[in-house]
Design a protein around this ligand. Sequence first.
Ligand code: ATP
Ligand code: MG
Length: 431
Amino acid sequence: MSTKKIQAIRGMNDLLPDQSALWQYVEGQVRLLMQRYGYDEIRTPIVEQTALFARSIGEVTDIVEKEMYTFEDRNGDSLTLRPEGTASCVRAAMEHGLLHNQTRRLWYQGPMFRHERPQKGRYRQFHQVGVETFGLEGPDIDAEVILLSARLWKQLGLFEQVTLELNSLGSSEARAAYRETLVAYFEQHHERLDEDSLRRLTSNPLRILDSKNPDMAGMLADAPRLIDHLDDDSRAHFEQLCALLDAAGIDYVINPRLVRGLDYYGRTVFEWTTTALGSQGTVCAGGRYDGLVEQLGGKPIPAVGFALGIERLILLLETLALVPDSALGRLDLYLLPVDDGATRQTLLLAERLRTALPALRAQLHCGGGSFKSRIKKADRSGARLALLVGEDEVATGKATLKFLRDDRDQLSLDQEALIDTLSDLLVGEGA
Ligand code: ATP
Ligand code: MG
C-alpha cells in the first residue's frame, strides 16, 4: 500500500479557518443585498445531465468543448459537475412550474467546476453568486440587475474600483447577418488569425473578438462592430438601458467587442472589470438570454441575469485592503479561570454573558495548564479582552477585565457592571 499523502485536487481549494470569516462577511452582504431587492434564493444539485449544459451553453464554447467535468455514473448516464448556474436554474424553474405566466427574480450561490489551468483568480472549483430574472423583457429589469450588482460593490466599499462594460448583441437575426459580415472581414485577414481563431472562424466567429492575442489586436480593433449593425428593437432597448443607467448615476463604458463566452446571450451583455487582479480582471458578468428557456424545451420567456466570482471578489477586497475588522472573525473576549478551582464558575459566567449579550464573541479557556500558559493562550486567541476569574473573584463575585490590545488599566467588575461595560465596548466596536 502506498503511504504517499493524499492531497487535494489541483485547482480545488480548502477554505481554511483564517479565511472563513471573510467569506461569511461577503456571503452575508450578498444575502442582505438580495433581500433588499426582493430576490428569492434557489438551490439546485451540483450534478446535472450533461445534455443540459451542452444544449444551453453551446457545443462550441470553451466550457463545453474543454472545461467540463463529465463522467458516467454507475447506470451509464452521462453526468456533469455544473460549470455555471444559469442552465440549472432554468431547468429547475421549468421543472417546477415557476415560470408559468409569472415573473421571477431568483438568486443562487455555490461551487462551480471547470477544468481550466489553475492560476490566481482561476480555479477548477470556484464559487459563484448569480441572479436570474424571468418574464421581463424591458430595459428596466436589465437596469435593475446592474444596479443590484453596483450596490453590492457599494456595500463592500468597492464601487470606485470597478468599471462597468456594456454591449448589445442584438437579435439572433442581427447576429446572424453580422456573423457573415465578420467572417468576410476575417477571411480578408486570414493570415493574421491564430490557430484558435481559425478554428472558431467556422464554429463561433464572434468569439474571435474576445481574443487576448496581442498580435491580433490591431486587426480586431478595425473589425466591423455588431453595435453598428443592431436591429431597431435592440438598438432602442440598448439606448433606453443606457438612459436608465445615466439617470441612476452609474458610469459605463460601451465595449463593442464584449461578446461573452456562452452562446445563450442576446441583446444586453455586461461585465464589471478591475485592473487590480491582472488578467483575471472580470469580477462579474451577465446579460440577457431571452432564447434559453425555449431552447431547453419551455415556452419562450425573456430572461436576464449575471454571475460573479466570489474568489475574485475576495482577492480584490484583500488586494485593495478593504477587509473590515468585522470580517476578520476576531473574538471579543477570552475567559480564563486562573486555576482549575475556578473552572466551574468561569464556565457558568461565560454562559451568563452569552445569554445577556447575544452579539458577544466569547471563548472559554479549556484544558487547564499553568497560569502563564493560560495568559499566553488568551493573547494568542486574538481577543480584545480577557476576563480573569480566580478564587478571590469567586468569593467576591467580581472578575478582572484586562484590555489585551489597548493601553488601559484593568477593571475589577461585578457581574452587572461587567455586562454594562462589555455592552458599551461592543457598541463602540460596531460603530
Ligand atoms: P473568464 O473570461 O475570466 O474565463 P468567463 O467568461 O468564463 O470568465 P463566466 O462564465 O461569465 O466567466 O463566469 C462569471 C464569473 O465567474 C467570472 O466573471 C469570474 O469572476 C468567475 N469565474 C469564471 N471562471 C472562473 C474560474 N475558473 N475560477 C474563478 N472564477 C471564475
Ligand atoms: Mg472562462
